[in-house]
Design a protein around this ligand. Structure first.
Ligand code: G3I
Length: 301
C-alpha cells in the first residue's frame, strides 16, 4: 500500500501520530495527517492540567477536538495520559496523601468516563519508573501516596471504560535494562494478581542507534500476555535515521502482539525535539528518507 496507515493495516496494525489541536487549521499538517495515519494521540490535550485545570472542573474542549478529528478519519484514538508526575495542574501539585490519592483516582474515573467507548487504548500511567540502574519506582507525589497507586489507577480506569485497552507507558525502555525489567516485573505481578492491564507502551524517543535487543524486549512483554505498542517514536537526525526507523518497524512487525506504532508529531517543525529533525516529514511536509524506509518495512511484512 502507498500510505503508512494502509500499509500497517495490511497486517492488522495501525500507524499513528501525536497531534496538537492548535495545528489542525494548518492545511499541510492536516493533509498529511488524514492521508497517512490511521491513529491519533493528543500530544497534550488529554493530560491532567488540560482536562482538570481546577479541582472538580473538567474541560474537554481541546481533547474533544482531537477525538473528533480521529473519529472523522476513522482512526483509532489513543488516550494520553491519565496520571503522570508532569503536567499536573498546580492544585494537584499542592496535594499529598489521601487527598491526592482521591483526587487522582477521581480524575481517572471522570476522564475515562467522559471518553467511554471511544478510546482504543489509554496510557493510564505514564513514566512511573526511575531512570538508571535501580529498576525502582520514580519518586513523585503520586508514588508517595503508596505503592499501590498504579494498580488503583488501572482498576478505576477499567471500571470507567471496560472497552479501552489499558496501557502502562514509559521511555528509556527500548532494550532489556534495569528500568524495563522493573516494569516487566510490575506487569508480571499485575497479571498474576488480576490487576487489569492490557498493554505496555514503549515511547522510543531514540538517539542514533537502536538497542540490539529491541525486538526481544518487546517480545518478553508480549509473552506476559499484554499487547505492546510503540507510542512516541522519534529518532535523532543523522545518517542512520532511516535505518533506525526501519529497525523499529521491523521489530514491531515481527512481534504479533505489537499492535501499532505512533510517531510523536508529523513534520520536524512539529516536534518537541526542537532542531533535531526527528520525524518522517520535513518542515515543508515533504517525505524524508525515513518515511520511505518505514513504508517499505511495513509493506515487507
Ligand atoms: O500551551 C502553552 C502556551 O499557552 C504557553 O504560552 C507556552 C509557553 O511555554 O506553553 C504552552 O504549553 C506547552 C505545551 O507543550 C503545549 O505546546 C508547555 O509549555 C510544554 O511544556 C509542553 O510540552 C509538552 C511536554 O510533553 C510536556 O512535558 C510537549 O508538547 C509534548 O510533546 C511532551 O510530550 C511528552 C509525552 O507527553 C510523554 N513522554 C515524553 C514526551 C516528550 O516530552
Amino acid at each position: 500500500a502507498s500510505t503508512l496507515g494502509a500499509s500497517a493495516a495490511q497486517t492488522g496494525r495501525y500507524y499513528g501520530a501525536a497531534i496538537a489541536a492548535g495545528r489542525l487549521g494548518d492545511a499541510t499538517y492536516t493533509r498529511i495527517l488524514t492521508t497517512e495515519f490511521n491513529s491519533v494521540t493528543p500530544e497534550n490535550e488529554m493530560k491532567w492540567d488540560a482536562t482538570e485545570p481546577s479541582q472538580g472542573r473538567f474541560t474537554y474542549t481541546n481533547g474533544d477536538r482531537i477525538l473528533n478529528q480521529g473519529v472523522a478519519m476513522g482512526a483509532k484514538v489513543r488516550g494520553h495520559a491519565l496520571l503522570w508526575h508532569q503536567q499536573q495542574p498546580s492544585w494537584a501539585q499542592s496535594l499529598s496523601g489521601t487527598a491526592l490519592r482521591n483526587a487522582a483516582i477521581n480524575h481517572v474515573t471522570q476522564v475515562a468516563t467522559h471518553y467511554k467507548g471511544k478510546i482504543y487504548a489509554w496510557d493510564v500511567v505514564n513514566e512511573a519508573f526511575a531512570d538508571g540502574g535501580s529498576g525502582a519506582r520514580r519518586d513523585s507525589n503520586l508514588q508517595r501516596t503508596g505503592n499501590d497507586w498504579i494498580e488503583a489507577a488501572f482498576r478505576a480506569a477499567r471500571a470507567a471504560d471496560p472497552a479501552a485497552k489499558l496501557c502502562y507507558n514509559d521511555y528509556n525502555t527500548d532494550g532489556v535494562n534495569a528500568k524495563s525489567t522493573g516494569i516487566y516485573n510490575m506487569v508480571r505481578d499485575f497479571k498474576s494478581r488480576g490487576v487489569p492491564i492490557d498493554c505496555v507502551g514503549f515511547q522510543s524517543h531514540l538517539g542514533t542507534g537502536l538497542p540490539g535487543d529491541y525486538q526481544a524486549n518487546l517480545q518478553r512483554f508480549a509473552d506476559l500476555g499484554v499487547d505492546v505498542q510503540i507510542t512516541e517514536l522519534d529518532v535523532a537526525q543523522g545518517s542512520n535515521q532511516a535505518n533506525v526507523y526501519a529497525g523499529v518497524t521491523r521489530a514491531c512487525m515481527a512481534v504479533s502482539r505489537c499492535t501499532g506504532i505512533t510517531v510523536w508529531g508529523i513534520r520536524d517543525s512539529d516536534s518537541w525535539r526542537t532542531g533535531e529533525n526527528p520525524l518522517l516529514f520535513d518542515n515543508s511536509g515533504n517525505k524524508k528518507a525515513a518515511y520511505t524506509s518505514v513504508l517499505n518495512a511495513l509493506n515487507a511484512g
